[in-house]
Design a protein around this ligand. Sequence first.
Ligand code: AMP
Length: 148
Amino acid sequence: MAYQKILVAVDLGATTDRLLTAAKGLMDDSGSEMHVLHVVEPINISYGADIPMDLSAIQDEIYEQASEQLTQYCQSYGVPESQRHLTIGHPEAEIASAAKRLHVDVIAVGRHARYGLALLLGSTTDGVLHHAGCDVLAVHVDQPTEPS
Ligand code: AMP
């Protein structure tokens, strides 16, 4: 049975097309609904207590750019405005809570090749698996490079 409601969490990077294409492949033409979410991570860096920096203008700019990119991707894949979601927060938690709020059957996320320190830090996909109350599809979106 095909999934009826899919949430695709996109980082808007180079592998986003591959993830959206794979997610589309899960859909049943007769009525599956694809929701697409991007989470803008908050900038909360300050350069010491004496010189706090107001980063709200930069945050707004990042949000605007993300909004434009999300719109472009969603238009290409025929995702209507009501199924596009842009939030600010921590990706793992935001993805899991959007999935619950939208009552999706499955979350699609990208699985990237990881080496060295990145392996220790863990991925957003690991966090989503931990938090999600529904199925999670981790799509291998990039080719591992052969160690030389
Ligand atoms: P990473 O933790 O960078 O390996 O990302 C793994 C996957 O998590 C990505 O391919 C996306 O599916 C998802 N993801 C990461 N960051 C975000 C984000 N800011 N918003 C939505 N999804 C994200």
